[in-house]
Design a protein around this ligand. Structure first.
Ligand SMILES: NC(=O)c1ccc[n+]([C@@H]2O[C@H](COP(=O)([O-])OP(=O)(O)OC[C@H]3O[C@@H](n4cnc5c(N)ncnc54)[C@H](O)[C@@H]3O)[C@@H](O)[C@H]2O)c1
Length: 491
């Protein structure tokens, strides 16, 4: 497929441009016209997610008729490489190639696209190399380990013209776009807050459910490469199964619940509201229970304030999870409450609109409503299909979790991690520069209040005035400074 790669893409692009319908229909139309149109995919990082979920999902999609082949794997762990090759041979009959070093996989000329499911600290480097090699990319969340890497990936992706999907699968549930549309129309009035959580309780301690085995040895694992010693990700240290298999517990590789769990929820909320860059972020928490050599917090909260006059609140404890914080977007005229399935894997979810009282809204027609969304396949299959559809129709903008959204989620949670670890509050200026927080944030809002400015809004909010207006009581005319001994109502 290598040489025909360009022609395949051109063909697909022209098919898309000629007005073929998006999604599966576009895929079918594109394929009908040419031989050997199968997409050839490699997997980098064939561990729990890369193998058990993503590879098996692709294999099932293939069985269901998707024109794809799994042709190559790269992993630093020999056991995972072999497992992948054996599975692919057994399921699809393809004798796949296998590499310890992912660079060798990227050099394969016949490869069209890669799935990246390594630990987080490798995501950006591998993504940048894959885009440079001309591959389309599905990269697991969090898109990158640092904010700066997030910017680099967005820039490289834009310049590459390639299709890139970030692996927050809940973005493929239609509820977020439906919610966005309602917010755009002003159904909630001025949106001022979202709240969400991601709690997990475990007798093992968070992320110790990741199994470590005797097969993990310095002979089967290229530990130096896992650490990323040559890339400056981590200094050389003695082999340790916990670092390798339970990397989520250590800052160098992941950020515990911040990067593992919060990123999912935050991405959904950013997608629904249209918010992207926070203006001020603080993170709190600590290790309050799980004293098992971990570095990452087991209780954590984020408060993120946005220039658009919205606050994001994320709060979880890795302990009691019976009564969780609800997933809510609040406006002056009502709220949206998302059920827990909206963050699950079933591909089904409902959310409710709950109106404020007519005393506030001056609208007695506004009623509670419930909205349902369902995808045909489970949510991971839907998310991967969305990526495949975008590749096959040559439309990078079609993906449900593009790198710009991926980078925004990374920025929000990473600033909270930095805040927690460095004991600082961070502000982000309009150009995206990160600064230490100061009094200017509060002063800005106070200034707006004093000058009776208009509320700020989420980007793209079409009905900017709906639900933003206050109706002061008559007695409010009595407020204000007295002039020359005369009350304000005297004029
Ligand atoms: N979207 C989701 O719901 C979801 C769920 C689980 C995990 N994930 C993400 O998937 C990624 C992997 O998580 P996991 O649970 O599968 O971890 P894991 O430890 O089970 O698997 C990681 C794999 O990557 C390999 N690896 C490490 N460094 C590598 C390198 N430099 N080159 C090639 N291979 C390398 C390891 O050997 C291992 O096989 C993480 O980023 C995680 O956040 C996403």
């Amino acid at each position: 497929m290598a040489a025909p790669d360009c022609s395949r893409r051109n063909f697909l692009q022209s098919t898309a441009a000629s007005g073929a319908v998006a999604g599966l229909l576009a895929t079918t139309a594109a394929r009908a016209g040419g031989a050997n149109q199968r997409l050839r995919i490699g997997v980098i990082g064939a561990g729990n997610r890369g193998f058990n979920t993503l590879t098996k999902t692709l294999s099932r999609l293939r069985q269901a008729g998707r024109q794809l082949d799994l042709v190559s794997v790269a992993d630093v762990y020999a056991v995972h490489r072999q497992r992948w090759v054996d599975y692919v041979q057994q399921q699809t009959g393809v004798k796949a190639s296998s590499h310890l070093d992912y660079h060798d996989l990227l050099q394969e000329k016949n490869l069209d696209a890669v799935v990246i499911a390594t630990p987080d600290h490798w995501h950006a480097k591998i993504t940048l190399d894959a885009l440079a090699a001309g591959k389309d990319v599905y990269c697991e969340k969090p898109m990158t380990h640092t904010i700066e890497e997030g910017r680099q990936v967005v820039s490289a992706w834009k310049n590459s013209g390639r299709v890139m999907q970030v692996g927050v699968q809940l973005t493929s549930l239609p509820v977020w776009d439906m919610a966005r549309e309602m917010i755009n129309q002003g159904k909630l009035g001025k949106v001022v807050q979202f709240q969400t959580e991601s709690a997990r309780n475990s007798k093992f301690g968070m992320s110790r459910h990741n199994v470590i085995t005797k097969e993990m040895t310095p002979q089967t694992v290229d530990f130096r490469r896992f650490l990323g010693v040559d890339e400056g990700f981590h200094p050389e240290v003695p082999f340790d199964r916990s670092l390798f298999g339970q990397w989520r517990c250590y800052w160098a590789f992941g950020y515990g619940m911040y990067s593992d769990l919060f990123v999912h929820r935050v991405t959904g909320m950013l997608k629904a509201t249209g918010l992207r860059m926070p203006g001020r972020v603080v993170g709190g928490g600590g290790i309050f229970l799980e004293y098992d050599d971990r570095q990452v917090a087991d209780v954590a909260s984020i408060i993120a304030d946005f220039y658009e006059g919205v606050q994001g609140l994320v709060s979880s404890a890795m302990v009691s999870e019976e009564l969780k914080l609800e997933h809510v977007i609040r406006g002056h005229h009502g709220l949206l409450r998302f059920d827990k399935n909206c963050s699950g894997n079933s591909g089904k979810g409902t959310f409710e609109f709950l109106p404020e009282r007519p005393q506030v809204t001056r609208d007695s027609d506004s009623k509670a409503e419930t909205f349902e969304a369902a995808t045909q396949l489970n949510i991971v299959a839907t998310h991967m299909s969305n990526w495949l559809d975008a590749i096959e129709s040559g439309r990078p903008e079609m993906v449900n979790n593009d790198p710009a959204l991926g980078a925004a989620a990374v920025m929000l949670v990473n600033l909270a991690v930095r805040s927690y670890r460095e004991g600082k509050v961070f502000q982000v200026d309009r150009q995206g520069e990160i600064q230490n927080g100061d009094g200017s944030w509060a002063a800005r809002w106070e200034q707006m209040s004093q000058t009776q400015a208009k509320p700020q809004h989420v980007p793209g909010w079409a009905a900017a005035e709906v639900g933003s207006v206050l109706y002061p009581p008559e007695y409010q005319k009595l407020a204000g400074p007295w002039k020359d001994g005369r009350p304000p109502e005297a004029g």
